[in-house]
Design a protein around this ligand. Structure first.
Ligand code: ZN
Ligand code: ZN
Ligand code: ZN
Ligand code: ZN
Length: 183
């Protein structure tokens, strides 16, 4: 083995030196002053306000700890003490979570909470109140006939047929030669 100049022998423990008598007691005394700082990291810091949490209840969300008052919906600022929803490191109340991430209503383009009753038309999902004719605003019920427009809007059968009839009349009169005054 080749030793280089300025070897670091001094940093290595000397295997030939036996521990001095009474070293156990000394080392216990040495440890004591380190106890309080060792405990400190177990007081969790709030992910919201960065202050240590000394409350009796600590909320654990997203593997982080929060004061009850600091866990708020990012959209409406409601406190989320009993229930919250998280995504991408952000927390939301239930309504705002599903507004953002729920299945989008084809009528109003807001998300739909899974607990809400929905209506479907082909691949589209609608809030109950959005599943309505855009012309007469009547909500469509199961069994009602309706037409699904290109922009996902719905038209009840009566309005659709009335509109179609108007259109056809319009086309006919458009192609007809201007009629002379009748009197
Ligand atoms: Zn806090
Ligand atoms: Zn909210
Ligand atoms: Zn809707
Ligand atoms: Zn209608």
């Amino acid at each position: 083995m080749v030793m280089t100049a300025g070897g670091r022998r001094g940093l290595r423990p000397d295997p030939h030196r036996s521990p001095p008598a009474g070293s156990l007691a000394t080392s216990l005394q040495d440890i004591k002053p380190y106890c309080p700082p060792m405990l400190f990291p177990t007081i969790p810091k709030c992910a919201g306000c960065e202050q240590p949490i000394l409350d009796r209840f600590i909320l654990k969300v997203l593997e982080r700890s929060w004061h009850g008052k600091c866990l708020k919906c990012i959209d409406c600022q409601a406190q989320l003490a009993d229930k919250c929803f998280a995504r991408n490191g952000q927390v939301f109340c239930k309504d705002d979570f599903f507004k953002r991430f729920g299945t989008k209503c084809a009528g109003c383009e807001q998300g739909i909470p899974p607990t809400q009753v929905v209506r479907r038309a082909q691949d589209n999902v609608y809030h109950l109140h959005c599943f309505a004719c855009i012309l007469c605003k009547r909500q469509l019920n199961t069994g009602d006939e309706f037409y699904l427009m290109e922009d996902n809007k719905l038209v009840c059968k009566a309005d659709y047929e009335a509109a179609k009839a108007r259109e056809q009349r319009g086309q006919r009169s458009g192609h007809a030669p201007p009629s002379p005054p009748s009197n």
